[in-house]
Design a protein around this ligand. Structure first.
Ligand code: SF4
Length: 493
């Protein structure tokens, strides 16, 4: 194998997952899927850079020579440890006073940070940029800049590019080169939560399912997988066949809580291996309305239900869309048949939360809508909606009686599924559960990140089609919730 040029993008991938870097270089590009996460990260970074610089950055070497305050598009090259070939494209360079080959100004690299903390990935990437930039400008780069947020909320942190950090970089580059030279891809990452953001997810999901990877068992993350591997349990089938009492005893050395979890994990693996759902004996009611054998007692006598789903921008802590589907009970008292109503036959009501309109107006509109259907439960999947709605109501001055009434109307379908059923799914999230029931989203390949990207694009540039797509995605999530509700009402067919 010829020596691979190690780029900053490969390093970034490798720091997230070794397999990802290997696939980036050697994988079949056809198996790669576009994800919205990178576009979201780039749009965040662009907003930070625009807030940092008073004018548009210049481009390449000419801009450096002309002392532009900000420079993009510079390709840096150099040699790393053991003669490794390195290449990088820093996102942005910021001008500073100080001598360099261009005269009395030099540059330092700038990175837009996603998330709240500076990570090893940020540090090593900046160390690489700093090292190659120092060679290029023939002047040291003692510090880098990390920015996050935008406008008045722009945060700036300087990072010292110390000798210790450069040692860590050398070590990472040598190991990255070893990964790239391997003829086989490295194993799936231990903690598969990271896979949500990765463009190789489809390929890796298929492989994980085919080999019965332990991460396929709902409830097993990186740490639990390590514990099971330590006991010689290497895949889903072996876990399904394990004796829960023995496993509980063996896992208890890591903490008493694992003793009980062992039986749950074995049962989950068994259900997944057999592909058949299993009804659970619900524990005595913990909360009013949640007990008994009926998973949805609230639906026995109500005239209809409101399906409810929120779309959010988690970084901005902005719940930008509250979407409802209004499902009336039939004249004969029966719930509509089939998991999905004919397109458009139920009313979909989106309520957009626009900054300019203020939260008070949103709360008024929500109250008006809920007031039109006073005895109709609000069905949602996961706790996000109930937390967000109750917090919003509290902020807007709702009294205790109103909050209690609201709390009683909110029914978390996810919690009811977990309480009453063990399902042959690798996750109890809405996408996995509704898909297992045969529900199909009308827009393929769309997820929350894609929806968020449309939202940000719509806010910046407008476009009725984008908004329509957001509404369709939100409506579909509500209909997926209904598919789960129907199954809970009917039981396995
Ligand atoms: S999907 Fe997961 S395991 Fe596969 S390359 Fe991406 S991060 Fe690694």
């Amino acid at each position: 194998m010829t020596q691979v040029v190690l780029t900053d993008r490969l390093l970034r991938s490798w720091l997230r997952c070794k397999r990802r870097a290997w696939l980036d270089r050697h994988g079949d590009p056809e198996a790669r899927r576009w994800t919205a996460h990178r576009s979201l990260a780039l749009s965040d970074q662009l907003a930070s850079f625009q807030s940092l610089l008073a004018q548009k950055p210049g481009h390449g070497e000419a801009a450096c020579a002309a002392a532009a305050p900000g420079v993009v598009g510079l390709r840096l090259q150099g040699e790393g440890p053991a003669g490794l070939q390195l290449q990088a494209h820093p996102s942005l360079l910021e001008r500073l006073p100080g001598p360099s080959r261009w005269g009395d100004h030099a540059y330092r690299p700038v990175l837009g940070r996603q998330g709240r903390n500076l990570t090893r990935e940020h540090r090593l990437l900046l160390a690489l940029w700093g090292r190659l930039l120092a060679e290029y400008q023939r002047a040291p780069v003692p510090q880098a800049l990390v920015v996050a947020g935008s406008g008045r909320n722009l945060q700036r942190d300087t990072l010292s590019l110390s000798a210790g950090l450069q040692h860590q970089l050398d070590d990472a580059l040598v190991r990255l080169a070893e990964t790239m030279e391997s003829p086989e891809p490295p194993p799936l990452v231990a903690d598969r939560k990271k896979c949500v953001l990765c463009s190789w997810r489809g390929k890796c999901d298929q492989e994980a399912a085919a080999e019965g990877h332990l991460s396929e068992v709902s409830g097993i993350g990186g740490k639990r997988r390590e514990m099971l591997l330590g006991l010689g349990i290497t895949n889903l089938k072996e876990l399904a066949a394990a004796d829960p009492a023995w496993l509980g005893e063996a896992l208890a050395v890591h903490g008493e809580q694992h003793r009980h979890n062992a039986a749950v994990l074995v049962a989950q693996a068994r259900v997944q291996a057999q592909g058949r759902p299993e009804r659970l004996e619900p524990e005595p009611p913990a909360a009013e309305g949640a007990g008994g054998l009926d998973p949805l007692p609230e639906l026995r006598h109500c005239p209809g239900v409101l399906l409810y789903d929120i779309e959010s921008d988690p970084d901005a802590r902005d719940d930008f869309l509250h979407g409802f589907v209004i499902v009336p009970r039939g004249a004969d008292g029966a719930w509509p048949a089939g998991p999905v109503p004919a397109q458009g036959s139920w009313r979909y009501q989106p309520l957009l939360a626009l900054y300019d309109h203020g939260e008070a107006l949103l709360w008024q509109r929500l109250r008006r809508l809920l007031g039109r259907y006073p005895a109709w439960p609000l069905l949602h999947y996961g706790e996000t909606e109930s937390i967000a709605l109750l917090r919003l109501a509290r902020r807007q001055g709702a009294g205790e009686a109103e909050l209690t009434a609201l709390r009683q109307r909110l029914v978390d379908v996810h919690a009811r599924v977990r309480r009453h059923w063990r399902l042959p799914v690798n996750s109890y999230g809405l996408k996995a559960v509704a898909s297992w029931l045969g529900f199909r989203w009308s827009q393929s390949g769309v997820d929350g990140a894609r929806c968020l990207l449309w939202w940000r694009q719509w806010r910046r540039d407008g476009g009725g089609q984008r908004l329509q797509r957001i509404f369709t995605y939100n409506r579909d999530d509500n209909l997926a919730t209904w598919a789960v509700v129907r199954w809970l009402l009917d039981g396995p067919g």
